[in-house]
Design a protein around this ligand. Structure first.
Ligand SMILES: [Zn+2]
Length: 296
């Protein structure tokens, strides 16, 4: 009897042990799968920047690419290398200009001034582009591309691996340029990001944060003005980025002498947005004491 129990116990433990062994193996391979795909993903995003959308012949090869906002960006250093060896004088900013979108920042230079790559990367484009003239585009390991336009001379070839601070060509006024300057564009998957949201263009060459989030606001030239510095509130966590997407509503009570444009300017909201949220027209009469919803 005792030996039968021992035998049964032995069988039961063998079965359960086997079961356990099987489960552990299954779990292990499952974990390995998850782990390896994660590692492959991060390697793909950080090292194999030529794997996708690599085309040397077009300015923007990302036409079909989907961009999920907010975009998370990471930088391995706290500073960039200045694109030129002199003080950076901004002559025109990212934003709306003469009825058109100005998707970069203009920095003054003299034709023949040497230009340098802001980060490590691979040259994706080094050729003439209508409007931009002689242009060098460098793709970097965090997914950004820096575009250097209106050059007078190329200093690199397509597919060259380059280091941060490496010479890439000479500045000029080729293409559609009013006088010699560097037109610098910062692209992520073909979307131009407001350069001053990411970088401080003073002599310290600071990246505003090694980890930050970019909302659509910073990829839309028409909500910025090329002549005015935009107020920057950096989003450094996902929580902040997501919270900034939630529209804030407040109520404004119309005062004597108010007009829609005055209310718009005072509350930092467009007349179009005021009309839309309050179902009124631009020429609608507003009364003193009327309540208007401000949404931004
Ligand atoms: Zn420009």
């Amino acid at each position: 009897m005792k030996s039968l129990f021992t035998f049964l116990f032995f069988i039961v433990s063998l079965v359960s042990f086997g079961q356990e062994l099987y489960n552990v193996q299954e779990l292990d391979s499952l974990l390995k799968d998850i782990h390896s795909t994660k590692i492959e993903d991060s390697i793909a995003t950080f090292h194999d920047i030529k794997k996708k959308y690599w085309d040397n012949t077009v300015f923007n090869p990302y036409k079909e690419a989907e961009v999920n906002f907010p975009i998370q960006l990471k930088f391995k250093d706290s500073s960039y290398h200045s694109p030129m060896h002199k003080d950076k004088v901004i002559t025109s900013r990212y934003g709306w200009r003469r009825g058109r979108a100005h998707k970069g920042i203009d920095i003054d230079l003299v034709t023949g001034d040497s230009l340098f790559s802001m980060f490590d990367g691979i040259v994706r484009f080094s050729r003439y582009n209508s409007g931009h003239g002689k242009t060098v585009i460098v793709r970097h390991y965090n997914g950004l591309e820096t575009v250097y336009a209106h050059l007078s001379r190329y200093g690199v070839k397509e597919n060259d691996s380059i280091k941060k601070g490496q010479y890439i060509g000479k500045g000029g006024a080729t293409g559609n340029a009013r006088g010699s300057h560097l037109h610098l564009v910062i692209n992520y998957k073909g979307r131009a990001i407001h350069p001053e949201y990411l970088f401080d263009f003073s002599n310290e060459n600071k990246i505003r944060s090694q980890e930050l989030w970019v909302t659509k606001k910073w990829t839309r030239p028409y909500i910025h003005n090329s002549k005015r510095k935009s107020r920057i509130k950096l989003l450094t966590t996902e929580e902040e980025a997501l919270a900034s997407l939630v529209k804030q509503k407040s109520v404004y009570i119309v005062k004597r002498g108010d007009t829609l444009s005055r209310i718009s300017a005072r509350n930092d909201v467009s007349v179009a947005s005021l009309c839309k949220t309050n179902s009124i027209r631009r020429n609608s009469v507003i009364r003193v004491g009327q309540r208007l919803i401000i949404e931004k």
